[in-house]
Design a protein around this ligand. Sequence first.
Ligand code: 0L1
Ligand code: MG
Length: 237
Amino acid sequence: MTAELAERLDTAALTATPIPQIASRAGLDAAAAYTVQEQLVARRLARGERLVGIKLGLTSRAKMAQVGVDEVIWGRLTDGMTVADGSTVDTSRLIHPRIEPEVAFLLDAAGNATAVAPALEVIDSRYADFRFALADVIVDNSSAAAYAIGSWRPVPDGVDNLGVLLEVDGRVVQIGSTAAILGDPRRAVSQGLRLAGRVEAGWVLLAGAATAAVPLAKGAYVRAVVEGLGAVGVRAS
Ligand code: 0L1
Ligand code: MG
């Protein structure tokens, strides 16, 4: 049954066609949902993609309130989701994309953060109306779709209250602080290791969003600016 759910989600993503909330309807708990997520991502790996990291989701009160789920979740990142800073995200292959400003960490083999960077995450729920319960969003790889990372730098002493701006076409649409990410985004590093169980040297960890996500419209140029860490931008095509 789990393999069938993974196939349905994979097809939904490949064809940009929303589906009903299949995991909660099937009565899956969180552990079973992560098994489906693993099977879903295994399908991408079988098509030649590589695992390159993990993401945490719902790490802020704003994000939890936005989607009505009250638990930190995680997902798997592949190289097929990577977008270079300043380049283009193809939204024609997405259902109802949203974008959010994040902080990313570069990990060593022991799961320590060796560098930090500003990041943008594009999320795209494969469910109609972006509506889901906990099990649904877990099987959907925590809505992962694409991400871009700015320049890496050594992790400074304090990253717990840096100002964050999200701009669309040069206009500020969200203002936040890295404090929104678990009180301090560095907590995402230990939580990510605990949740995922393992990491690899060179993996990226997306720590979570500093503000609510906003819809990503075709043609928009979106930039995230994180105080002291720099900026990162993508254009939606
Ligand atoms: O990265 C995130 O916080 C997204 C987690 C899943 C919830 C959503 O799709 O907004
Ligand atoms: Mg996110």
